[in-house]
Each structure stands twice: as C-alpha cells, then as structure tokens.
Design a protein around this ligand. Structure first.
Ligand SMILES: *Cc1c(COP(=O)(O)O)cnc(C)c1O
Length: 487
C-alpha cells in the first residue's frame, strides 16, 4: 500500500514516510492508494478481540511496517489501557486514560511513529508540538509519555480549558512531556505553534541538535487508520449481541468536529462494512450541515463556544479527504477548492460531486435539544450521554423522524459524561451550590450511581507537575528553554 497527497504533488509514499511527515509538501493530506475489501474476509471472524481486529485492518494500510512490529505497536498502545464497548446501541469510545475518544488514535500514533522511524532509519529525536483547547493535549501527553525518541510540548490557553482538563494536563507524569499555559486564547496558542513550525532558522538550529519538529494533529494518517477499527468492532459486537444479523446494513451517527471520526466510518464502508447512512452531527457551529445540504462550504461566520467544545470548529480539515473521493480522486479539483477556501473562506462542489453525498446526512442540534436528549435518554433508558454524544443522538432522532429509517444505528459515544459534568448536571436539573468541577464528579456519581472513571477520580489527589507559563509571543523562547537549544 502506498500513499499520495490529495493535492497531487506527492505520490507513491510509503506508510512510514506518510506517518512521519504528517502533511504532504503541497499542503495536502495523505490518502491510501486504494481501499482493500476486508469485510468479506473478516465476517467469519466475528469473535476477534479488539487488538486482533486492529492488526488485520491496520495491517492492510501500513504494509512497510513488519507485522511483528505492528502487533507490538497495537499491544503497547491499547493493552490494559483502552477498550471499546457497545451499550444500548452506543459505540463507547471513551474507555481510555483521558476519558475521551481521542485516546483511540493518540495512544496508537506514538507507537506506530516509533516503528516508522525504525523502518526509514530516522535517527533524530522527534518533538511533538500541540496547541490544545483541551482533549487533544491530554491525549497526546498520555500517548507519548515515556515513548523513547520523542518529546511532547503542549500549549493550552490558560483560561480557555475546563478545570478538569487543566488538572489532567498539569498532573501528567513522564520525563519527556511538557505543558505550557499561554496567556491568550486557543487561536493565539495555535498561531504560536504555526509560527514555530514555519521558522526555518529554528529548524536549522534544532537540526544541529538532532531534533525534528512534528505534530500529532488529526490529519495524520497514523491517527485516522486506527479509527477504522472500532466501526468493524462495533458492527461485530452488534452481531454478537443479537441486535443484527451478519450482513445487515446499519447506520452510524457521529458527533463531528474535524471530520476525522466520521471519515474513518466512511473508510470502513469503502472496505465493505455494511454501513448505509453516515449521519454527520454538528452543534451550533453548523458549517458541515450547510455543506451536506447545499454543497457549499462557507466558514465565514463567528465561532460559537458551546457545551460540546471539542466540536467547536469552523474548518474541518479531514473533509479534504472526502472531497478527494467525491471528485473521483481529482487532485486538481481538490487543489482548486482548497485555494478557494484559502482566498475567500468558501467553496462549492460540482453537481456530480454533490450527487455522491447521498451516503451522508448532515444536521445539527442546539443546546436545548442536547439537554433534552440527555435527560430523556437518562430517564427512559437509564443511559447517560455526554454533551458531544447527545448532539449525535439528537441529530439521529431528527433523521429518523424525517425518513422513517429504522435500521439499527451505532451512535459514536466520544466522551465520558463525567468529563463534561457541569453540563450534564445542568441537563439533568440537579441542584448544585458553588462546587468546583472536580467536586461535581462526586455529585454526578451519587445522583446516577455510576462510577467515576479512574483517570478522573484520582485527579484531586495528584500533585501538580507542570508550572510553565508564557505570553503567547514567547512560545518559541519557551520551547528553546525546554529543549536547551540556542540558549
Ligand atoms: C475531537 C472530539 C470530537 C470530534 O471528532 P472529529 O474527529 O474531530 O470530528 C467529538 N467528541 C469529542 C469528545 C472529541 O474529543
């Protein structure tokens, strides 16, 4: 299997190179040269465990990584740290160290990067830089902590993440991980990281110390491919539970931000998994809803801060990979659309591309609908959703009402309700005093008799290990101090 850029300049790139580069030279995203049909080969193996299934699926793509290295990477990523469960039709993806679904990708990425370095004999230490609004930062810290040959530096906006998220990051163990609080907002942090990446002089200085910079953001193909696995696993789990028969079509509903998670479902469908509709759910930032309805992507609008913050996004980067498929892999067309997005903040796809959108249904839900969904499902099914998951559930209900489509659905459940506990408590109408978010964990647990996930429960007793702070225009200087380069 080889990889190519959606914008056409790079082609025939090995998986190791694609994983280590992250993004192509032309600014495009790496995509596989084809989608191997594996469903027909796997369907008799319904009883595969998660790691076994991961090996079969990921092994289709990362073919230059020796099989024993792949098995090792999967085991080091997931064994005893991450698993997937299906309950009441919810595909629970948050049973990992950070209690959000980004663990599925960010526990695996460091392990596969380590193996990729070996394949292409890449000797430099890799320093991962990430700007985070919460979930990604902690997941990257967990994933890279203790992985030899890597350091990770996470920048977060000092007053732009929740108390739980901040505590999760500042208590992270590991001598190769660094956390820096920025005096500014998320955009400032992100801009700062971009500026560091584009600084050629710094790059040369770092090179002299045998250091390369890289990012762990969600466009890396090493993050996308492991996400295909849980759709197969979820489907087989429905078969095991007797909810569907082998070969039945299902729908999936996914709370969407950067379009990574739902794209993985689309890739699973290309690999033969019997998925009918891909239901793309947004919150009040409904750029994708408009795109699926009208064929026009327009980011020219205010970003709204919502109670499903991991979906507060105006440019869904992974959509570029879908455009590539919709245009029958026409990289010139993709380049043209991306140029238009760059210059005017919008683009429109052709009629032919629009016709291929019928795999998808896009819609959005607002906060009152989300609260109502959380309360209803809790009261009627005794099942507690987080706010992101509830966006997907609420949009799925709209789809069902509109179409009468009663096929079995898998709703991607992307975070533990305890992670966004204040919103859940509001949704359920539980009375609270002046408690901090950490104190509210107990309140929610008492009310619902659900257990607090271990990684969140221990937070209040963990020592703070990271105290670095800097103004947003001093991020590079702070990085140099951390790496002891040029100071
Ligand atoms: C990142 C995230 C999402 C959005 O996933 P994408 O792959 O970016 O579309 C949804 N829910 C939670 C909890 C997340 O952390």
């Amino acid at each position: 299997m080889l990889f190519r850029s959606t914008r056409g300049v790079e082609d025939n790139i090995s998986s190791s190179e694609a994983i280590l580069k992250g993004i192509a030279k032309d600014g495009g995203l790496f995509v596989p040269s084809s989608f191997p049909e594996v469903y027909s080969k796997l369907k008799d193996k319904v009883d595969y465990g998660y790691e076994e299934l991961a090996e079969k699926i990921i092994g289709q793509y990362f073919t230059d990584i020796p099989n024993e290295d792949l098995i090792r990477a999967i085991s080091d990523a997931y064994k005893g740290r991450f698993n997937v469960e299906v309950k009441n039709g919810f595909l629970e993806l948050y049973h990992g160290p950070t209690s959000a679904f980004k663990d599925a990708a960010l526990l695996f990425l460091p392990q596969i990067m380590k193996k990729a370095k070996k394949v292409i004999n890449f000797k430099n230490e890799i320093v991962i830089l990430t700007a985070t609004s919460g979930d990604t930062g902690k997941a990257a810290l967990e994933g890279f902590s203790g992985v030899e040959g890597f350091k990770v530096v996470v920048y977060y906006p000092k007053s732009g993440v929740s108390e739980v998220q901040e505590k999760q990051m500042r208590t992270q163990r590991g001598n190769n991980v660094f956390v820096v609080a920025i005096d500014g907002n998320f955009d400032d942090a992100q801009r700062g990281v971009k500026t560091i990446f584009s600084n050629k002089e710094l790059k040369e200085d770092l090179e002299k110390s045998n250091i390369s910079l890289s990012s762990a953001n969600s466009i890396n193909i090493g993050r996308l491919v492991p996400q295909i696995v849980y759709y197969f696993y979820g489907y087989f789990e429905l078969v095991r539970q007797g909810e569907i028969k082998e070969g039945d079509n299902i729908n999936v509903a996914v709370p969407t931000g950067n379009f990574g998670n739902i794209l993985a479902a689309y890739y699973a469908k290309q690999m033969g998994l019997p998925i009918d509709k891909l239901i793309c759910a947004s919150n009040e930032n409904n750029v994708l809803t408009d795109f699926f309805k009208e064929g026009t992507y327009d980011k020219n609008r205010e970003l709204i801060l919502t109670e499903s913050p991991s979906m507060d996004i105006l440019v869904s980067s992974n959509l570029e990979r879908l455009l590539y498929e919709l245009s029958d892999r026409d990289s010139e067309k993709v380049q043209e659309l991306m140029n238009s997005l760059q210059s005017s903040g919008k683009y429109s796809i052709t009629q032919e591309m629009k016709e291929k959108l019928s795999d998808f249904y896009g819609d959005y839900s607002e906060i009152d609908e989300v609260y109502k969904a959380i309360k209803d499902v809790y009261n009627k099914e005794d099942y507690l959703m987080d706010t992101h998951t509830a966006v997907a559930y609420s949009v799925y209900k709209k789809y069902q009402e509109k179409t009468g489509d009663n096929k079995k659905v898998l709703v991607a459940s992307t975070a533990s309700p305890f992670k966004f506990n204040r919103s859940i408590i509001n949704a359920l109408g539980i009375k609270v005093d002046e408690e901090s978010d950490l104190e509210l964990l107990n309140k929610l647990s008492d009310y619902t008799s659900l257990e607090i996930p271990a990684g969140l429960k221990e937070l209040k007793d963990l020592p703070i290990l990271h105290n670095l702070e800097c103004p947003s225009d001093k991020m590079e200087a702070t990085l140099k101090e951390i790496l002891k380069v040029g100071v």
